[in-house]
Design a protein around this ligand. Sequence first.
Ligand SMILES: Cc1ncc(COP(=O)(O)O)c(C=O)c1O
Length: 408
Amino acid sequence: MELPKQGIAKDELFKQMRERKEKDADWRGARTFSLVYPSHEDVERVVEEANLLYLHENALNPFRFPSLREMEVDVVSMTAGLLHAPEGAGGCMTSGGTESILMAVKTARERAREERGVTQPRLVAPVSAHPAFAKAAQVLGLELVQVPLDADLRADVAAAERLIDDRTALVVGSAPNYPFGTIDPIPELAALAAERGIAFHTDACVGGFLLPFLERLGEPVPPFDFRVPGVSTMSADVHKYGFCTKGASVVLHRDETHLKRHQLFFYDRWPGGIYASFAMAGARPAAPIAAAWAVMRYLGEEGYVRLAGETRDATRRLREGIEAIPELHVIGEPAASLMAFGSDRIDVGAVGDVMDDRGWCLDRQKDPDALHVMVSPRHLQVADRFLADLREAVAHHGESRGVEARYS
Ligand SMILES: Cc1ncc(COP(=O)(O)O)c(C=O)c1O
């Protein structure tokens, strides 16, 4: 496409965009199982209006937009409270889980260099850890060391102990991980790190806004947050189970001095004056900060507990329904709202293709081959329909119309 010689009228533009959008996944109808976290329309309206109110501002300079700085401080402080960060903790908002993880890895790398003289740092993470850690290792020059999983699909602590060495700058555990929804043995892993003066990061990008509320509902939630000694940093995404639109995550440090000393980028060797930034991004959108603040204040603890209950109930319904299909089994013991299911008898990829034909967007996994769901409150409304389609897809797997037919 070339830039049009003359501008196009607004009505025509939006018509074209709406036409293009028709091809996109129907997340409002809860047809997707990750990417978007549909809850209820009133929550969506609050987030939309907050976005609109701050669409044009820039969060790079807190002195020009003090209201943004205040809201960011509030979001960080509310999140720190949820995750039991102690007195003296600190943090900031980033654009998402990946950026929060990048900043935690940067902090650990700088700490290891300063405190232990580590010049060729390693990052020790379970094989189930999100690719954001591999990306961070690549970008920040660390060697990624992968810890295998135990029979329960959680990081193998004995293997982790063998893999941690003098060069290790950071040890990681997920609460929960994306592929299987299991929660790594955080206390054991964090202890291994702490005994050696190494930083430990709990990736609660998924669990940060879900596990605290499942705990309040009386569900068994293993220790994962700052109550575990040795957890140095955590990531928690407001744009996942915090029900904010994209672009909102929180990275927390047990010790705020690490945030200021190692995460902060400070520069003044250019004519443009002092430049300081806590994130990878320079100019930062203001809307996600405002939307995160608004949705957290709108829902409050009571609202989040209610939505966590709906997510739990939808997950249970789906799990029971999947396990009732003789050809399928859920893999491992998912702890929260994510699960993978596979088959010893049929090709689950072919089942996924038939589900695609019916408008359901399921992610594919390997080792073992599986389909993956990340459950949101709105899935409660479509669980029966999904399971009916899944039963038929299993019965008729191999009969997919194929990708070309689907997108033509
Ligand atoms: C466990 C976990 N960590 C980190 C991330 C990365 O988050 P983002 O996609 O917001 O960068 C994800 C994304 O799904 C995740 O599931």
